[in-house]
Ligand binder design. Structure first.
Ligand code: DQA
Length: 151
């Protein structure tokens, strides 16, 4: 069985394609999921791709990943800037974490410069648009392999 990378998407990312396309691009979340699945198949991993507008649901999925995934890629969307609960859950899993954003949050409003995820992430990626998801799979796979070789 190939290793699974959990890819989590937070609030409003279900609206991709129609939501501020000048900022987030034209791809829908389904398009992004399809490109993640295609890339994952190429590099020999499985992806568990999820989206929720509910903070607690994201927290539960992070907790469950401890038993089902080798790494987490998370675009926590607006919860990035507010959620101590997601910070704590990610820290508790002990899994490698890649924080991801479609847009370059540092080029945007100052409230987007604060992240509760970055300090528990192994790597942070932003500004690469939908392609960032494909890049994040490679990064997560590498972090997981590095972790496995030391345990
Ligand atoms: C986002 C950036 C966040 O600031 C914002 O709240 C989002 C999306 C991104 O992917 O660029 O919803 O995470």
């Amino acid at each position: 069985m190939p290793d699974t990378i959990l890819i989590l998407n937070g609030p409003n990312l279900n609206l991709l394609g129609t939501r501020e396309p000048d900022v987030y691009g034209a791809a829908t979340l389904a398009d992004i999921e399809a490109s993640c699945r295609a890339h994952a198949a190429k590099v020999g991993v499985d992806v568990d791709f999820r989206q929720s507008n509910v903070e607690g649901e994201l927290v539960t999925w992070v907790q469950q990943a401890q038993n089902t995934a080798v790494a987490i890629v998370i675009n926590a969307a607006a919860y990035t800037h507010t959620s101590v609960a997601l910070h704590d859950a990610l820290k508790a899993t002990g899994l490698p974490v890649v924080e991801l954003h479609l847009s370059n949050v540092y080029k945007r409003e100052s409230f987007r410069h604060k992240s509760f995820i970055s300090s528990v992430a192994d790597g942070v990626m932003c500004g690469f648009g939908a392609h960032g998801y494909v890049m994040a799979i490679d990064a997560a796979k590498q972090f997981a392999a590095a972790r496995a070789s030391t345990t």
